[in-house]
Design a protein around this ligand. Structure first.
Ligand SMILES: Nc1ncnc2c1ncn2[C@@H]1O[C@H](COP(=O)(O)OP(=O)(O)O)[C@@H](O)[C@H]1O
Ligand SMILES: [Mg+2]
Length: 474
């Protein structure tokens, strides 16, 4: 059963229960009110009749009493079946609704003297239920006569039924209108909920099938609208991750292939050297390039492994007292052959006495290598890359040492300078249309420096060059 049908059924069921309960309540209340009203009317009629006769009885004006009896019967026709008065002499004044001679004599016989007020219900000869009121009338302390009035119970029932059937027909209209609009509204409600949910389901199915180009168009501000917006955001993110994954896979293959082919090529060259007696210098150059390629590979694989560790929060540093100067010189020497090959200049600059600091030398080497490899990558021919160290940092005081990796390459657009540290982030609109790499290097740099309680940032002038700077506490 779909949502729409379910909702319609639930609402109809609920409506029926509510309507039945309310109608029953109205019915019972109406009946009680009508019965009460009719009883009150009877009492009133009887009392006004008695008070009308009051003066006439005192002056023994039987004609006026007789008139009052007739007036009562005609005024309250057909509720009053008969009325009468019997005086102290046994004279009866009587009037009846139906004017049937046989009946009259029977009814007239009911006008008897009573010593106290009473109400009695009985069935007449015609089978009509009659409620009889009898009350004695006292004058100067003595009982001078009795009033008797017979009210029809059947007429009262009829009046109640008429009143109730009137109410019922009104209830029927209300029930019909309520049910109609209730069902219509619940159907529309079901439709308005069902449609976006169906769209969401379809979209989720599309994503499950691998079609990531989905977007739900829902124009509403309630929870469903929010759910749809969240779903769209999620789909967008999945798509982004998917394209990131694709570009990551292609970058990984590239990052592996280029140093491998360098190693391959120079190995061939070295093999040739054995036959062709190349100079020691040429052999050394080839070996240096092979070494640089293996370092590049190791560094790349370390980055990937570190990313996995970072995700699991398991990146650790083993700090020992180390000298950063020789470390920088080692890296610069390592990149020298590549720089020569690419007609670039790379140099180190150790300013003053750099104190030993507590650090994980391997990790810091990885940081500087990542920064240098970027600087080399984003510098054009004839460009230069400098790695500089300072014993204290101007901004950070004497407690820190500061390292710069400076290049005069393509630079980074101002708005993206802080973004480059994000995972997989690569500047797209630089001079290099699609930069080679994985976008992981700087993320690792950032995490490593953080683990050393230091800080790293970049300063860049688009087209003029970039300097990555980091400080480490002594
Ligand atoms: N020295 C630099 N000059 C210009 N842009 C840089 C430099 N270093 C990093 N970037 C930008 O930051 C991005 C992220 O760098 P990184 O995290 O090392 O990833 P990758 O080198 O694999 O692209 C680079 O793709 C590049 O756009
Ligand atoms: Mg890099």
């Amino acid at each position: 059963m779909n949502l729409r049908t379910k909702l319609t059924l639930y609402v109809s069921f609920l409506l029926i229960i509510v309507i039945v309960a309310v109608s029953y309540n109205i019915f019972v209340t109406q009946k009680r009110i009508l019965t009460q009203q009719i009883s009150e009317n009877r009492t009133k009629a009887f009392q006004s009749f008695v008070s009308m006769c009051n003066e006439a009885i005192k002056v023994k004006d039987d004609i006026q009493v007789n008139n009052a009896v007739k007036l009562l019967v005609s005024t309250y026709n057909p509720s009053v079946v008969y009325a009468g008065y019997i005086n102290s002499n046994g004279v009866v004044m009587f009037s009846s609704r139906d004017e049937d001679r046989n009946m009259d004599s029977v009814l007239k016989a009911r006008i008897k003297r009573a010593s106290k007020e009473h109400i009695e219900t009985y069935s007449s000869l015609t089978g009509e239920q009659i409620c009889e009121f009898a009350t004695p009338f006292f004058f100067n302390g003595s009982n001078v006569g009795t009033f008797v009035v017979g009210f029809s119970q059947d007429i009262m029932k009829e009046q109640i039924d008429i009143g109730i059937s009137l109410t019922l027909s009104k209830i029927k209209i209300v029930v019909f209108v309520t049910m109609f609009f209730g069902i219509l509204l619940s159907y529309l409600l079901g439709y308005s909920f069902g449609r976006p949910i169906k769209m969401l389901t379809n979209a989720a199915e599309q994503i499950a099938k691998g079609n990531l180009d989905v977007e739900i168009k829902v124009n509403r501000k309630d929870e469903i609208g929010k759910l749809s917006t969240t779903f769209n955001d999620m789909a967008k993110q999945i798509k982004e991750l998917d394209s990131m994954k694709d570009s990551f896979v292609s970058s990984v293959s590239h990052e592996l292939r280029s140093p491998l082919s360098a190693i391959d090529g120079y190995c061939d060259l070295l093999i040739e050297c054995v036959d062709k007696n190349y100079s020691k210098e040429q052999e050394l150059k080839g070996l240096k390039i092979i070494k640089q390629a293996t370092v590049r590979l190791t560094n790349f694989i370390n980055n990937i492994l570190d990313l996995a560790k970072m995700k699991a929060n398991k990146l650790e540093v083993k700090k020992t007292e180390s000298d950063i100067g020789p470390l920088i010189e080692e890296i610069v020497a390592l990149y020298q052959p590549l720089a020569e090959q690419q007609k670039k200049k790379i140099y180190s600059e150790i300013n003053g006495e750099i104190p030993k600091i507590s650090m994980d030398a391997e990790r810091i080497k990885q940081v500087i290598t990542n920064l240098v490899s970027n600087a080399m990558k984003f510098t054009k021919e004839e460009g230069s890359v400098g790695v500089k160290a300072f014993p204290n940092s101007a901004g950070y005081g004497n407690e820190y040492i500061e390292v710069w990796v400076q290049d005069d390459g393509v630079g980074i657009p101002k708005q993206q300078v802080d973004l480059v540290f994000q995972k997989f982030y690569q500047v797209k609109d630089g001079e290099f249309k699609k930069p080679k790499g994985t976008g992981l290097g700087l993320t690792i740099v950032y995490e490593m420096i953080k683990l050393h309680d230091g800080y790293v940032w970049a300063e860049s002038d688009l087209g003029k060059g970039t300097t990555f700077k980091f400080v480490l506490p002594k």
